[in-house]
Design a protein around this ligand. Structure first.
Ligand code: 6PG
Length: 237
Protein backbone atom coordinates (compact mmCIF):
# COMPACT_ATOMS: atom_id res chain seq x y z
CA UNK A 1 0.00 0.00 0.00
CA UNK A 2 1.39 3.37 -1.04
CA UNK A 3 0.78 6.44 1.14
CA UNK A 4 2.01 9.70 -0.39
CA UNK A 5 2.13 12.87 1.70
CA UNK A 6 2.51 16.48 0.55
CA UNK A 7 3.26 17.72 4.06
CA UNK A 8 6.11 16.41 6.17
CA UNK A 9 4.10 17.02 9.36
CA UNK A 10 1.28 14.78 8.15
CA UNK A 11 3.81 12.16 7.01
CA UNK A 12 5.53 12.00 10.39
CA UNK A 13 2.20 11.93 12.16
CA UNK A 14 1.03 9.00 10.00
CA UNK A 15 4.22 7.00 10.63
CA UNK A 16 4.19 7.61 14.40
CA UNK A 17 0.52 6.74 14.75
CA UNK A 18 1.12 3.59 12.67
CA UNK A 19 3.84 2.57 15.17
CA UNK A 20 1.47 3.15 18.09
CA UNK A 21 -1.40 1.32 16.42
CA UNK A 22 0.70 -1.76 15.64
CA UNK A 23 2.30 -1.71 19.11
CA UNK A 24 -1.02 -1.64 20.92
CA UNK A 25 -2.47 -4.27 18.60
CA UNK A 26 0.43 -6.65 19.33
CA UNK A 27 0.42 -5.99 23.08
CA UNK A 28 -3.28 -6.73 23.19
CA UNK A 29 -2.76 -9.92 21.21
CA UNK A 30 0.34 -11.41 22.86
CA UNK A 31 1.41 -9.01 25.57
CA UNK A 32 4.55 -7.81 23.78
CA UNK A 33 5.52 -5.78 20.72
CA UNK A 34 8.60 -6.71 18.71
CA UNK A 35 9.84 -4.09 16.29
CA UNK A 36 12.90 -3.73 14.07
CA UNK A 37 14.06 -0.18 13.43
CA UNK A 38 15.71 1.21 10.34
CA UNK A 39 18.74 3.48 10.23
CA UNK A 40 19.03 6.56 8.08
CA UNK A 41 17.42 9.93 8.59
CA UNK A 42 13.81 9.02 7.78
CA UNK A 43 12.71 7.74 11.23
CA UNK A 44 13.73 11.04 12.93
CA UNK A 45 10.27 12.62 12.61
CA UNK A 46 8.59 9.52 14.04
CA UNK A 47 11.06 9.41 16.94
CA UNK A 48 10.36 13.02 17.76
CA UNK A 49 6.61 12.31 18.06
CA UNK A 50 7.00 8.99 19.91
CA UNK A 51 9.07 10.71 22.58
CA UNK A 52 6.68 13.65 23.04
CA UNK A 53 3.07 13.58 21.79
CA UNK A 54 2.87 9.76 21.94
CA UNK A 55 5.03 9.20 24.99
CA UNK A 56 2.12 7.82 27.02
CA UNK A 57 0.32 6.11 24.15
CA UNK A 58 1.95 2.70 24.60
CA UNK A 59 3.21 0.54 27.47
CA UNK A 60 6.94 0.81 26.71
CA UNK A 61 7.75 -1.96 29.20
CA UNK A 62 6.29 -4.42 26.66
CA UNK A 63 8.30 -3.19 23.68
CA UNK A 64 11.27 -5.19 22.31
CA UNK A 65 13.57 -3.34 19.94
CA UNK A 66 15.78 -4.79 17.21
CA UNK A 67 17.28 -3.39 14.01
CA UNK A 68 16.84 -4.39 10.39
CA UNK A 69 20.53 -3.80 9.77
CA UNK A 70 23.65 -2.20 11.07
CA UNK A 71 27.13 -1.11 10.13
CA UNK A 72 29.54 -3.19 12.21
CA UNK A 73 30.71 -0.26 14.33
CA UNK A 74 30.49 0.44 18.09
CA UNK A 75 27.30 2.05 19.31
CA UNK A 76 29.05 5.34 20.10
CA UNK A 77 30.29 5.61 16.50
CA UNK A 78 28.28 8.24 14.67
CA UNK A 79 27.57 5.71 11.87
CA UNK A 80 25.78 3.33 14.28
CA UNK A 81 22.06 2.99 13.60
CA UNK A 82 21.58 1.86 17.19
CA UNK A 83 23.53 4.82 18.55
CA UNK A 84 21.35 7.25 16.64
CA UNK A 85 18.16 5.53 17.79
CA UNK A 86 19.31 5.70 21.43
CA UNK A 87 19.92 9.44 21.11
CA UNK A 88 16.70 10.30 19.31
CA UNK A 89 14.31 7.73 20.76
CA UNK A 90 15.35 4.98 23.16
CA UNK A 91 16.97 7.18 25.82
CA UNK A 92 13.72 9.11 26.08
CA UNK A 93 11.17 6.33 26.64
CA UNK A 94 10.89 3.65 29.33
CA UNK A 95 11.86 0.55 27.37
CA UNK A 96 13.91 -1.75 29.65
CA UNK A 97 17.53 -1.82 28.47
CA UNK A 98 17.41 -5.64 28.50
CA UNK A 99 14.75 -5.46 25.74
CA UNK A 100 16.92 -3.47 23.34
CA UNK A 101 19.09 -5.53 21.01
CA UNK A 102 21.68 -3.58 19.01
CA UNK A 103 23.24 -5.53 16.16
CA UNK A 104 26.75 -5.19 17.50
CA UNK A 105 28.89 -6.67 20.22
CA UNK A 106 32.41 -5.79 21.23
CA UNK A 107 35.09 -8.44 20.74
CA UNK A 108 32.91 -10.79 18.69
CA UNK A 109 33.28 -11.55 14.98
CA UNK A 110 30.33 -10.17 12.98
CA UNK A 111 29.50 -13.56 11.43
CA UNK A 112 29.41 -15.12 14.89
CA UNK A 113 27.19 -12.34 16.19
CA UNK A 114 24.79 -12.82 13.27
CA UNK A 115 24.18 -16.38 14.50
CA UNK A 116 23.79 -15.14 18.08
CA UNK A 117 21.33 -12.49 16.93
CA UNK A 118 19.28 -15.13 15.10
CA UNK A 119 19.21 -17.20 18.31
CA UNK A 120 18.06 -14.15 20.30
CA UNK A 121 15.28 -13.57 17.77
CA UNK A 122 14.22 -17.19 18.04
CA UNK A 123 13.90 -16.73 21.79
CA UNK A 124 12.27 -13.31 21.97
CA UNK A 125 9.90 -13.13 19.02
CA UNK A 126 6.32 -14.06 19.75
CA UNK A 127 3.68 -14.09 17.04
CA UNK A 128 4.78 -17.32 15.37
CA UNK A 129 8.47 -16.38 15.68
CA UNK A 130 8.31 -13.32 13.58
CA UNK A 131 8.27 -9.56 14.04
CA UNK A 132 5.16 -7.56 14.74
CA UNK A 133 6.60 -4.67 12.73
CA UNK A 134 9.72 -4.03 10.68
CA UNK A 135 10.66 -0.55 9.50
CA UNK A 136 12.82 -0.32 6.41
CA UNK A 137 14.49 2.58 4.66
CA UNK A 138 15.42 2.59 1.00
CA UNK A 139 18.72 3.93 -0.28
CA UNK A 140 18.92 6.09 -3.40
CA UNK A 141 20.33 2.96 -5.11
CA UNK A 142 17.32 0.80 -4.18
CA UNK A 143 19.01 -1.09 -1.32
CA UNK A 144 17.05 -1.86 1.81
CA UNK A 145 18.33 -3.09 5.17
CA UNK A 146 21.89 -4.17 4.20
CA UNK A 147 20.69 -5.90 1.05
CA UNK A 148 22.91 -3.99 -1.37
CA UNK A 149 22.84 -4.21 -5.18
CA UNK A 150 24.78 -7.15 -6.56
CA UNK A 151 25.42 -8.81 -3.17
CA UNK A 152 24.72 -12.52 -2.65
CA UNK A 153 22.97 -11.74 0.66
CA UNK A 154 19.93 -10.47 -1.27
CA UNK A 155 18.95 -14.02 -2.15
CA UNK A 156 19.83 -15.70 1.16
CA UNK A 157 17.11 -18.25 1.90
CA UNK A 158 18.32 -20.20 4.94
CA UNK A 159 19.66 -17.75 7.49
CA UNK A 160 17.60 -15.14 9.28
CA UNK A 161 20.54 -12.86 9.99
CA UNK A 162 23.72 -12.48 7.92
CA UNK A 163 26.94 -10.53 8.43
CA UNK A 164 29.22 -9.97 5.46
CA UNK A 165 32.00 -7.71 4.25
CA UNK A 166 30.62 -5.04 1.93
CA UNK A 167 33.61 -4.29 -0.29
CA UNK A 168 32.44 -0.99 -1.83
CA UNK A 169 32.09 0.45 1.68
CA UNK A 170 35.13 -1.36 3.10
CA UNK A 171 33.18 -2.48 6.16
CA UNK A 172 31.17 -5.29 7.65
CA UNK A 173 27.40 -5.14 7.60
CA UNK A 174 24.88 -7.21 9.51
CA UNK A 175 21.31 -7.54 8.30
CA UNK A 176 18.02 -9.35 8.63
CA UNK A 177 17.47 -11.40 5.48
CA UNK A 178 14.58 -11.17 3.02
CA UNK A 179 12.74 -14.34 4.20
CA UNK A 180 12.70 -13.08 7.78
CA UNK A 181 11.62 -9.57 6.76
CA UNK A 182 8.91 -11.00 4.53
CA UNK A 183 7.56 -13.10 7.39
CA UNK A 184 6.83 -10.04 9.57
CA UNK A 185 3.23 -9.28 10.47
CA UNK A 186 3.76 -5.71 9.20
CA UNK A 187 6.48 -4.13 7.07
CA UNK A 188 6.70 -0.36 6.62
CA UNK A 189 9.04 1.44 4.23
CA UNK A 190 10.04 5.07 4.77
CA UNK A 191 11.36 6.91 1.71
CA UNK A 192 11.64 10.68 1.61
CA UNK A 193 13.17 13.11 -0.87
CA UNK A 194 13.62 13.59 -4.61
CA UNK A 195 16.83 11.54 -4.64
CA UNK A 196 14.74 8.43 -3.97
CA UNK A 197 12.38 9.01 -6.91
CA UNK A 198 14.21 6.96 -9.61
CA UNK A 199 14.78 3.96 -7.33
CA UNK A 200 11.27 4.14 -5.92
CA UNK A 201 9.90 3.97 -9.44
CA UNK A 202 12.07 0.94 -10.25
CA UNK A 203 11.19 -0.83 -7.01
CA UNK A 204 7.44 -0.34 -7.31
CA UNK A 205 6.84 -0.17 -11.06
CA UNK A 206 9.99 -1.33 -12.84
CA UNK A 207 10.86 -4.70 -14.37
CA UNK A 208 11.71 -7.37 -11.79
CA UNK A 209 15.43 -7.09 -11.07
CA UNK A 210 16.25 -7.73 -7.42
CA UNK A 211 20.01 -7.79 -8.00
CA UNK A 212 19.90 -4.16 -9.07
CA UNK A 213 16.99 -2.96 -6.91
CA UNK A 214 17.09 -5.18 -3.82
CA UNK A 215 14.05 -3.54 -2.19
CA UNK A 216 11.99 -5.39 -4.82
CA UNK A 217 12.61 -8.62 -2.91
CA UNK A 218 10.52 -7.39 0.00
CA UNK A 219 7.12 -8.95 -0.55
CA UNK A 220 5.57 -9.66 2.83
CA UNK A 221 3.85 -13.04 3.17
CA UNK A 222 0.85 -11.24 4.67
CA UNK A 223 0.19 -9.10 1.61
CA UNK A 224 1.99 -5.93 0.86
CA UNK A 225 4.39 -3.57 2.55
CA UNK A 226 3.07 -0.20 3.61
CA UNK A 227 5.02 2.63 2.01
CA UNK A 228 5.19 6.06 3.65
CA UNK A 229 6.67 8.44 1.09
CA UNK A 230 6.70 12.16 0.45
CA UNK A 231 5.60 13.79 -2.78
CA UNK A 232 9.21 14.34 -3.90
CA UNK A 233 10.05 10.63 -3.68
CA UNK A 234 6.80 9.76 -5.47
CA UNK A 235 7.26 12.17 -8.37
CA UNK A 236 8.02 9.47 -10.97
CA UNK A 237 5.23 7.10 -9.99
C1 6PG B 1 22.89 2.53 5.76
C2 6PG B 1 21.78 3.50 5.89
C3 6PG B 1 20.80 3.26 4.82
C4 6PG B 1 19.57 4.10 4.99
C5 6PG B 1 18.92 4.35 3.68
C6 6PG B 1 17.81 5.36 3.79
O1 6PG B 1 22.92 1.62 6.58
O2 6PG B 1 23.67 2.70 4.82
O3 6PG B 1 21.23 3.44 7.17
O4 6PG B 1 20.46 1.90 4.67
O5 6PG B 1 18.61 3.51 5.83
O6 6PG B 1 19.90 4.80 2.82
O7 6PG B 1 18.34 6.51 4.35
P1 6PG B 1 17.43 7.75 4.70
O8 6PG B 1 16.46 7.32 5.75
O9 6PG B 1 18.40 8.77 5.23
O10 6PG B 1 16.76 8.14 3.47
Amino acid sequence: MLNVFEEVTALNEAVASYFIEKANEAIKKHNKFTVALTGGSSPAGMYSLLTTVYKDAVDWSKVYVFWCDERWVPIDDERSNAGNAYTDFLNKVAIPESQIYPMWKEGVAPEEYADTYAAILEEVLANGKTFDLIFLGMGDDGHTASLFPGEAVIEEQEKKVVAYFLKPQDMYRITLTAPLINSAANVAFLAFGAKKAPALYEVLKGEPNVKTYPAQIIKPDTGSAVWFVDAAAAEKL
